[in-house]
Design a protein around this ligand. Structure first.
Ligand SMILES: Nc1ncnc2c1ncn2[C@@H]1O[C@H](COP(=O)(O)OP(=O)(O)O)[C@@H](O)[C@H]1O
Ligand SMILES: [Mg+2]
Length: 310
């Protein structure tokens, strides 16, 4: 891990620095608000879905936390996912890297049951699961921070942290005392001690602080797997650094993270493993100890591109 000479921090402000394809459009929709009528009721590929060996052949210390085997998803004529297999273990940070339109957001929406896969299986702690919707995934401990979801500006930091999961007192009202004191603890944990005021309206937060609060929810509500979809989009270099610190802190809590990005430098900084996705297919996977610095990771990506894989 010696290749740090060019400074990993250079590109951290902009998620759009790598392998940019200006013709590809980013999916601007939020999982919760997306119109499900765009989904095609496809059954065609079900028969072809086969268990991928990598799910079965993981570490001796039990099954992976999450295992995907041959996940397929089609939107009309677009094959957004062509059979993606991956696994992620407890406490591990995996960078899911790919260009715009590679299928990254579709993959996470399919994991948590926003979309139903047209083929393949999902395993949670070794057991095959089907999530009908993201709430079911949340119940199991999978929390997603979507790329375009913001906090509610008019609500306080504390309310935003608890959104929809507020504890109530014996009169059935929100227990503000509890959420304020717990929020202070979370602000401490995620390194936002300086905010210091759970009652601050979220509209006063910077982009990075908002992202950190969203990640803080995962810490507070004991997620086992946190999925971050391009969490540094539109953040400055400084803000990005802060959020990356929060991501690393989350790892200390043994929370697994799927970190979605198309910025290799950010990916290299936080991840233990790298999974390249291209046009709905796995284009490469590497452990961090196989990689000699961010430029080596970039070269691997370029090699894949030159070989026509990307
Ligand atoms: N709800 C949808 N309806 C139709 N096509 C979609 C939908 N969501 C994603 N796609 C298409 O699937 C492909 C993968 O998109 P997406 O998963 O958003 O990529 P990424 O997140 O890697 O940029 C793109 O071609 C995109 O246009
Ligand atoms: Mg996306």
């Amino acid at each position: 891990m010696s290749d740090n000479t060019t400074g990993d921090e250079i590109d951290s402000a902009d998620e759009s620095t790598m392998i940019e394809d200006p013709s590809a459009t980013e999916d601007p929709t939020m999982a919760e608000s997306e119109d499900t009528t765009t989904e095609e009721p496809t059954t065609t590929d079900k028969a072809k879905a086969t268990a991928a060996p990598e799910v079965a052949s993981t570490a001796a210390d039990g099954p992976p936390l999450l295992g995907l085997s041959g996940i397929k998803k089609r939107f009309g004529s677009i094959e957004a996912l062509k059979g993606v297999s991956m696994e992620i273990n407890k406490g591990e940070i995996m960078a899911l890297v790919g260009d715009n339109g590679a299928g990254k957001s579709t993959l996470i929406k399919t994991i948590v049951g926003y979309h139903q896969p047209d083929g393949g299986e999902i395993y949670w702690n070794g057991e095959q699961v089907t999530f009908k919707n993201p709430d079911e995934a949340l119940e199991k401990g999978i929390r997603v921070v979507y790329q375009d979801m913001d906090l509610i500006p008019s609500l306080t930091v504390a309310r935003n942290l608890y959104l929809g999961q507020e504890p109530t007192n014996r009169f059935g009202h929100i227990d503000f005392e509890e959420i304020n004191s717990e929020t202070e603890k979370v602000l401490n944990e995620i390194g936002l001690k300086s905010l210091n005021d759970p009652q601050l309206p979220a509209e006063n937060l910077s982009g990075g602080e908002s992202q950190s609060i969203k990640i803080g929810r995962a810490l507070h509500f004991d997620a086992d797997l946190l999925i971050l979809d391009e969490p540094l989009r539109n953040l400055s270099v400084k803000e990005s650094e802060k959020v990356l610190k929060t991501v690393k802190r989350t790892k200390e809590e043994d929370i697994a993270i799927i970190y979605i990005t198309h910025n290799i430098f950010n990916a290299y900084e936080v991840a233990d493993r790298f999974h390249f996705l291209d046009s709905g297919e796995t284009a490469g996977r590497y452990d961090k100890d196989e990689i000699d610095g961010p430029s080596d990771l970039t070269n691997k990506l370029k090699t894949l591109a030159n070989e026509g894989v990307l």
